[in-house]
Ligand binder design. Structure first.
Ligand code: NAI
Length: 338
């Protein structure tokens, strides 16, 4: 295969970034079509990316465009149905996380993926493709910290409260699914075991509006795994300093810390405020290399007929655990999975 003809679907906050990577940076990618329900976003794709084949209707794009693959960056509640339609059309599929917003959606996708196992299906667990997170996995596999038994991982966003965040809760699945799917995926990946129990706590400490939709602005979860290992997973929407996602893995012979100080660069400023480092502002600034690497890996898997390191099962498991975390928070008790 020469280059991979791609149709991108969704050109919002993240879709535009993926589209720029696929158009200008990813080797072997030929971004030929774009789809969005927002006409201004399609105008942006024509002007900024030179894409003339644009659609406001996904089904029409699938019917008319000459594509090898779709790249789904739509709202979370669209991912499963759009993945299934593209797979059934014989296309390779990249879908942003989460793979589905409930377990039934995820299992439906898994079943279709297993019937179309010659096509590449890729869930966007971007942190696995960040150089530091990937290197930590290699160190664990090489036995550098012995047997890992505890993961502490957090997803913390700068406080940019806007009412739409509250409106977004029903379609995104809430803070546990929206923010912590990555941490769940990492904990499973690093510990090599499945989550057995979760106990969530949290509240709306800064923005009471999240209470009204049964969600929270700060949360913490204690998870135990089938083999007795542990994870502590936290999320926040109210950081003052910036985007502060980091992870620590403790093993029988050592500890790995990934990005504990969310520094924008290696420059330290010593001035009238003291000695300090500037902080990354948002998830894209922190993980831009990961977003590029995962898109490149998707294309390489298609061209080289390889399977990605993220599977549909990983997508299901992250959603299943995210739901259990949400249930635990709402029911105020420990939830035992499966
Ligand atoms: P957004 O709301 O800014 O954009 C959504 C896009 O989907 C818009 O372009 C909209 O036109 C399009 N869309 C919605 N329904 C559609 C339909 N039926 N047909 C065609 N297009 C449709 O959302 P944002 O922030 O860009 O997030 C998109 C997805 O990316 C979400 O699922 C989110 O969970 C995920 N995401 C992943 C991150 C990561 O770290 N991997 C970070 C941020 C978002």
């Amino acid at each position: 295969m020469g280059s991979v003809k791609i149709g991108i679907v969704g050109l919002g906050r993240l879709g535009k970034r993926h589209a720029q990577n696929l158009r200008y940076k990813v080797v072997g990618s030929d971004l030929t079509a774009a789809c969005s329900i927002v006409p201004e976003e399609l105008a942006w794709a024509e002007k900024e990316l030179g894409i003339s084949e644009t659609y406001t209707d996904y089904d029409e794009m699938l019917a008319k465009a000459d594509l090898d693959a779709v790249f789904l960056v739509t709202s979370s509640s669209m991912h499963s149905a759009q993945s299934i339609k593209a797979l059934e059309k014989g296309l390779h599929v990249f879908t942003e996380k989460p793979m589905g917003v409930n377990l039934e959606e995820c299992r439906n996708v898994e079943a279709v993926v297993s019937r179309h196992n010659k096509q590449v299906f890729f869930v966007g667990f971007v942190r696995r493709f960040d150089p530091s997170y990937a290197y930590a996995k290699k160190l664990i596999d090489d036995g550098v910290i012995g047997e890992p038994f505890l993961v502490r991982s957090q997803t913390v966003d700068l406080d940019e409260y806007a009412e739409f965040q509250v409106d977004f809760v029903p379609s995104s699945g809430g803070i546990f699914l929206d923010c912590n799917v990555h941490d769940i995926d990492l904990a499973r990946w690093y510990l090599g075991s499945e989550v057995k129990t979760v106990y969530s706590k949290g509240g709306s400490y800064v923005h009471k509006a999240f209470d009204e939709v049964d969600d929270a602005d700060n949360t913490v979860v204690l998870a135990t795994f089938e083999d007795g290992k542990m994870a502590v997973i936290a999320a926040s929407r109210t950081a003052f300093h910036g985007h502060d996602t980091h992870t620590e893995i403790t093993g029988s012979k050592g500890i790995l810390k990934i990005g504990i100080t969310p520094a924008k660069s290696r420059v330290e400023i010593l001035d009238g405020h003291g000695a300090r480092q500037e902080c990354v502002k948002d998830f894209y600034e922190r993980f831009q290399e990961g977003f590029l690497n995962e898109a490149q890996e998707f294309i390489d898997c298609i061209i080289e007929e390889r399977r990605p390191i993220v599977s549909a099962l990983d997508g299901t498991k992250a959603t299943e655990v995210g739901f259990a975390m949400t249930d635990s928070f709402k029911q105020k008790k420990e939830i035992v999975l499966g």
